[in-house]
Design a protein around this ligand. Sequence first.
Ligand code: ADP
Ligand code: MG
Ligand code: MG
Length: 205
Amino acid sequence: MLDALFVRRWLVAAADAVDREAERLTELDSPIGDADHGSNLRRGFRAVAAVLEKEAPDTPGAVLMLAGRQLISTVGGASGPLYGTLLRRTGKDLGDAPEVDPARFAQALRTGVDAVAALGGAAPGDKTMLDALVPGIDALDNSPGSFGSFGAAREAALQGALATTPLQARKGRASYLGERSIGHQDPGATSSALLFAALAETADG
Ligand code: ADP
Ligand code: MG
Ligand code: MG
């Protein structure tokens, strides 16, 4: 079962991963963006880790909603409201359950990913974070809902991020480049793969 502590450990692992990979995320955002994705997320996830150290909500839903609010208020770029919505809507869907099984957690994450798609108006294939989030969540759903499925989700999200390279961006800043966005990996899909990697790492213990 997944409890508030599990979700806190996931988000702190995500903050560490973002911190480690921030330069790379910003580099990916240079040719097809404004070279701030790593610094945006580093600021946001540091704030998430800090608030989770101060406050310790006692349900998975409350932890996610607090973290989502923190991302929205600290990240100026497009990714802040999008990732903030992902966490907030996932948390809201979990309600006040003190613990949930992996299948229920996957279902809530799906609700969060759907909210990201609704907010940004993007679909898989548009060269955005959804190109990693959707395969990741699909992999979670396609398994019996065991902890092992988090490893499959990590791999699917990573492959999804890598597969954004040949795509032309249809949403976000990169879409302004038209065909010139082809040949570059999407920074947001890359950071989404990091979130799934952090989730698998947390499930592994
Ligand atoms: P900004 O583009 O405002 O500088 P970031 O650099 O932090 O914001 O984030 C850029 C990433 O956000 C992109 O690589 C893409 O994955 C994601 N993104 C941008 N617009 C959308 C959208 N409409 N829907 C989903 N994801 C998006
Ligand atoms: Mg940017
Ligand atoms: Mg920006």
